[in-house]
Design a protein around this ligand. Structure first.
Ligand SMILES: NC(=O)c1ccc[n+]([C@@H]2O[C@H](COP(=O)([O-])OP(=O)(O)OC[C@H]3O[C@@H](n4cnc5c(N)ncnc54)[C@H](O)[C@@H]3O)[C@@H](O)[C@H]2O)c1
Length: 362
């Protein structure tokens, strides 16, 4: 396939992962890097190649890029995404898609009008244990998915929140654990269970007095398929324990993934400590597969750089989607659905009542 001319916006920590993939995948030629800090843009250009820009509109006009990869803080995803889509460039944004539904809708509208592809990072969908769960559900092996559970007991310290001025504040981050650390598993839960109908949620800041936003949230969920679910997500356990998504079926079978053991990784700072594994597999006649899955996944983990590997797989899927003319695995609509879930939890907490979806931003 002819490589896609790509450009990166946001030369920070996760930007390094994108630049790594965009300069090593044969589907990409990195032609530009852009950051509001000229020094960061120049540093990335020196390391990864491409022309350095400080200004997004100028980069869109002059770089010749066909697709942009947006790695700015979440409330700053929409503006460059809309500008790029309006100019006919395909767009992949980091997770969460945005901090508000109105930002998501602006991006979706611009992409639809221009006929470009829009995708949102959710690289854990490419984890083999996650793909197995999706395949088992689609293959009807658990009947209907009727109970979905997302649990995260993780940890972030004061140094993390002080590492960038935008972290931990409503204005510049849009939320806390729900917005920053939970989108991966919120996406998996919805991917496995289907769309949501009703959410009741509460959030709190249990032990991070130096940030404004939530470090813990809980929610009760009702899905459109009639199934139920729950969320307990927290950054208040020291050391971090685990992050899991479990799905229970109408035939009584249970399947699950531990996406993260210990604290979830911080891009550009910490590594994935332990392999993502299926931790639950009671499909009748397949119980013995759990040990085989775990052995395979442990062996693979030793052979790859897992953070770079799964980011690169999603970036490859997006670039192929552009050339082939098909939707990427993670669509803009899927990214919006995650923003809808955390927005509904915040709204439910504010109004002390259940929230019904679809949610419309007031
Ligand atoms: N998929 C993942 O696993 C993963 C991991 C880490 C971060 N992220 C996401 O990536 C995004 C960035 O996180 P990070 O940790 O790399 O942040 P960061 O602060 O390290 O990097 C952000 C960069 O964006 C630049 N920037 C800010 N405003 C800009 C603008 N208007 N135009 C151009 N550049 C601008 C900053 O100067 C900085 O270099 C966040 O949305 C975060 O949630 C995703």
């Amino acid at each position: 396939m002819k490589p896609v001319r790509t450009a990166l916006i946001g030369c920070g920590k996760v930007g390094g992962l994108h630049a790594g993939a965009l300069t090593t995948r044969p589907e990409s030629t990195l032609v530009a890097v852009c950051d509001s800090s000229a020094e960061r843009a120049e540093r990335f250009a020196a390391r990864y190649g491409g022309r350095a820009f400080r200004d997004v509109p100028q980069m869109i006009r002059e770089s010749g890029a066909e697709a942009v990869f947006i790695c700015t803080p979440h409330p700053l995803h929409a503006e460059p995404a809309v500008l790029a889509a309006q100019a006919g460039l395909h767009v992949l944004v980091e997770k969460p898609m945005a901090a508000s539904l109105s930002d998501c809708d602006a991006m979706l509208g611009a992409a639809e009008k221009s006929g470009v592809r829009l995708s949102v990072m959710s690289q854990r969908r490419f984890y083999e244990p996650v793909q197995r769960i999706k395949a088992a559900i689609e293959g009807g092996k658990i009947g209907r998915p009727v109970l979905g559970v997302f649990l995260m007991f993780s940890w972030r310290d004061q140094a993390y929140y002080q590492s960038d001025p935008w972290r931990g504040k409503w204005d510049t981050e849009g939320g806390g654990v729900l917005v920053n650390q939970s989108p991966h598993q919120l996406d998996l839960l919805r991917w496995f269970m289907g769309d949501l109908e009703e959410i009741s949620g509460r959030w709190a800041n249990l032990n991070h007095p130096y940030i404004e936003v939530d470090d813990t949230a809980v929610a009760i969920l009702k899905f459109r398929n009639g199934g139920l679910g729950s969320i307990v997500t927290s950054l208040s356990q020291k050391p971090g324990l685990f992050t899991k998504v479990h799905v229970h079926g109408s035939n009584g079978a249970s399947i699950g993934v531990e996406t993260d053991r210990g604290a979830t990784f911080i891009a550009g700072v910490s590594k994935i400590a332990e392999p993502p594994l299926n931790d639950l597999w009671t499909i009748p006649g397949e119980e013995h597969l759990l040990a085989e899955f775990q052995a395979t996944d442990r062996a693979r983990f030793q052979a790859i750089d897992p953070i770079a590997h799964y980011h690169a797989l999603q970036i490859q899927d997006f670039l192929q989607a552009i050339r082939v003319g098909r939707p990427p695995l993670v669509t803009g609509e899927a990214g919006r659905a995650v923003v809808e879930i955390f927005s509904a939890i915040y709204e439910s907490n504010k109004n002390r009542s259940a929230v019904f979806l679809p949610l419309r931003e007031s």
